[in-house]
Design a protein around this ligand. Sequence first.
Ligand SMILES: [Zn+2]
Length: 492
Amino acid sequence: MEMKCVYQGERIIEIEKERAKGDKDKISYIEDIIRNKLGDKANCRFDAINEKGFCIFHDPDYWREHADEIKNEFLKELKKGENFFVGYHLPTIAFPKDIKIEQDLHMEFTKIHGELDVSEIRFDRNVSFDGAEFDKASSFVRAEFYGDVSFYGARFNGDVSFYGARFNGDVSFYGARFNGNVQFHKAIFMRSGQSENRRTEVRVSFYGANFRGDVSFDEAKFNEASSFVRAEFYGDVSFYGAEFNKRATFDDSFFSKGVSFRDVKFPKAASNLKDKDTDYISFRRVNFKISTKIVFDNCNMERVSFIHTNISRITFRNIKWGKDFRIFDEELLLLKLNNDDKDLTYDKDLTYDNVLTVYRNLRDNYDNNMRYEESGKFFINEMKLKRITMKLSIEKFVMFVYEKLALYGESYVRPLLAIIAIMMISFIIRLYIINQFNLDTIVDELIKSTDIFFTNRVDIDNITVIERLTSIPLFGMLIVALRRKLERRVRR
Ligand SMILES: [Zn+2]
C-alpha cells in the first residue's frame, strides 16, 4: 500500500519547528512563511519510502547514502518545470548552466547539506529561499534574478558569494543569518518594473540580517532604496567603491569590527532639496563598537544623516561635506521647521538639539585630529543654526553682529578689515569737515585716525568718540580670533 509523505499541512510546521530548535528567531518566522506565503502548496506530492513516513526528499537522512539519486531526481523535477521544493534535504547540487528557470522557484526551508552552485543561472521569475539552510559554501556568482528574491530568515552556515549577481526585482534578506563570509562584490541591485506587489518603498532589504563573518559589498551598486536597519555585523565590512543611488538606511545597525566606506558614491546634493529629500543615507543610532576602525574616505557626504550616532572618533578623510560644511541634518531640520515637507513632521529624531549634537561631534572629531580649520567651519554652522532658531532678542542681534564681523571668533580677517574700514571712514569724514585737501592735512588726519585706535588719545570730538567706541569691541574680536588660531596650534 502506497502512503503519501507526511510532509503535509500542520505537520510541516511541527517538522520545521522541531528542526529549528534553539533558533528562536527562525521559529518565529516559520508559521508566517508556511501559512501566509505557501498554504497547501507546501504539501509534498511524493510517496513515503519508509516507516517514518517520509519521501526521499523529506527524510532527513536519506540524502546521506543516496546523494547521487537525490541530486538526479531533484534536477529531473527541476527540468520538468516543477517549482515547489519546500523543505527538501539536498546534497551538493549544481544547477546545470543550460537550465531554464521560467517559473517562480520555491525552495523555502530547503536544507542544502552540501554546496550549492547556481552561478550564472538566470531566474526569470520570483525566487524564494525563505527559511532555507545552506550548510556549506554557496555560489550565486553572476546569477541573474528577474523577479523578486527572498532569503527571509535563511541560514548560511558556509561562505556565500553573490559576486556580480544582478537583482532586477525586490531583494530581501530580512532576518537572514550569515555565519561565514559574504561576498556581494560587484552585485547590482536595480529596478526592472516586473515585480507587481510593492509592499514598501525599500526594495533591497537586509533588515535584521546577522553577519558573523567578513562581508564585502565592494563595488556593489544599489540603484534601489536599501535597508540595513538593525543589521548586525560581527566581522569586517567593506563597501569599497560601492554606489548608492537611492535612499539607504543603516539605522540601529551594529558594527562590531571595522567598516570601510572608501570611494563610496553616496547621493549628491540635489539642486532642489524639496524634491528629493528622501534620497539620503541614514546612519542614525548606529552602534560602531570600535569607532577608531570606522573609515569614511573620499566620499561625498552632502546627504548623510548621523543623528544619535557617536561619530566623534571615527575617521573622516577627503570628505566632501555640504556647502560651507553644512550638514544634511541641518537642511532637513530647516525644512521641517519651515513646514516644507509634511513627512518630516513625523521625523522625531530631527530636533534642534540633535542636529547641534552632530555638529559638536564633528567638531570634536576634527579637533582631535588637529584639523582646526574644518572644525571651525562646523562651529560657525553650529552658531548660525543657534542664531537662526532663536527668538527675536538682544542676544540674537548681538550674535548676528558677531557672526557678520568675526564669524563667531573664527575669523580674524573680518575684524581686521572692519578696523581698517572704520579708520578710513572716520579719516575721510574728518577730512571733509576740515575741507583742506593738501598733503599735510591728509597725513595729519590719517595719523590722528590711526592714533585714536591705538593710543589713549583724549578727544571729545563726536567722530573720535564713535571711532573709539567701535574700536573696543572690534579689537576684542580680533584678539579672540587670533588667540583661538594661535592657541590651537600650540595646544599639543
Ligand atoms: Zn515528501
